[in-house]
Design a binder for this molecule. Sequence first.
Ligand SMILES: Nc1ncnc2c1ncn2[C@@H]1O[C@H](COP(=O)(O)OP(=O)(O)O)[C@@H](O)[C@H]1O
Ligand SMILES: [Mg+2]
Length: 222
Amino acid sequence: MSNEAIKFNDVSLIYGTSTNQTKVLKGIDFNINSDEIVSIVGPSGSGKTSIIMLAAGLEKASSGSICIHSNEITVLNENELSLIRRQHIGIVFQSFYLIPNLSALENVMLSLEANQKYNMEDQAVELLTNFGLSHRIDHLPSELSGGEQQRVAIARALINKPSIILADEPTGNLDEENSQHMMELLFDYTKKNKTSLVMVTHDSEMAHKCDRIIEIKDGKIA
Ligand SMILES: Nc1ncnc2c1ncn2[C@@H]1O[C@H](COP(=O)(O)OP(=O)(O)O)[C@@H](O)[C@H]1O
Ligand SMILES: [Mg+2]
């Protein structure tokens, strides 16, 4: 596997119809190496979430090239994209997307194949325990605080041991102390597993703890 985990080449993204277009990204280029920790910063509405969605193949680029471990993903169909996601990517969404009628443990194991669930249950419990949620394993999302839901969402992103973690404001709902703790867990995990981590954040202190900062401004890299 090449050392390049993610490569964007002249990527643009336009939302809307031909008569009412919003140009969100206007020619974005960057490489992120395996085992690199990179933050994406920029004003609200500058396209940070869009970059995460494009890298995960959950949004289609209007033009340009996006490679995940040397696989050009802009040409793939939905089945091929979901395979790439399953093989390589863990995503922490800005608004968690936990399934309301599943417990914390079931949410963490959601993306696993049926035949993996039995084997992976111990690991899911261990992950939740590491995240300070051993007493919340069988709770529903509605019975968890925002910070607890966020930790479940992060555990869910890590259960498959992804080589790339995409995290959209992963500490946005945590207080100072908890977000510090969460960052340590994420950084430890990425270092131990030689994973690349791409993290959108508003917190400049957190951004400066990353290996590199990519700043987005007016749809371009500043
Ligand atoms: N599905 C969509 N359809 C139309 N416009 C969108 C859509 N998603 C996002 N946008 C617009 O694209 C811009 C960038 O959004 P986003 O990537 O969410 O920014 P950020 O995460 O930096 O706040 C915003 O102006 C937003 O309103
Ligand atoms: Mg966003």
